[in-house]
Design a protein around this ligand. Sequence first.
Ligand SMILES: [Zn+2]
Length: 174
Amino acid sequence: MRVAIVNFSRQNLVSPQEIMAAVQRLPQEHYAKIKIIRYDPERSLALEMAYINNNPESLRARGTYLHDWESSDSVVVIYPFKTRDVFFHTLYHEIGHHVFFRVLDQSLRDEWFALRRVEKGFVSKRARKDAREDFAETYSCLCFRCRLLNHAPQKADFMLRKVFRRVPAARRYV
Ligand SMILES: [Zn+2]
């Protein structure tokens, strides 16, 4: 199934072709079940989520990953961004959430939780928040900002061997 790239004509920092190319360099199973990558310039989904969850933090989100259990469709939503770097970081971060929930099996998720108890390094401030954010941030760094992985070498190794299943793969994702 082809991922639909929706609404990105409402900005001019990245083209739909670049977004598609950025997605297709990932292992196919990482994005095969993502139906839509949608730009939400009004942040309408973030506003709605902040309201529904009574969580003002949602207002600051750069993106959201959604899974509809009924249709089994997954959707990535991206909010306004000022630079291409922020866009690609957010795109891979949200895809990282999808991979964690929908691609990994429970034993790998458990391994990730256990790994977090031994390795105290993090690739970013956001990664410290919880295991899911840590996974999404580390995933994004593997795709996009490899040098930050020096802060969490064991997690980087887990990503390469267990999630991307390519050794050595680091160079391919710089
Ligand atoms: Zn996140």
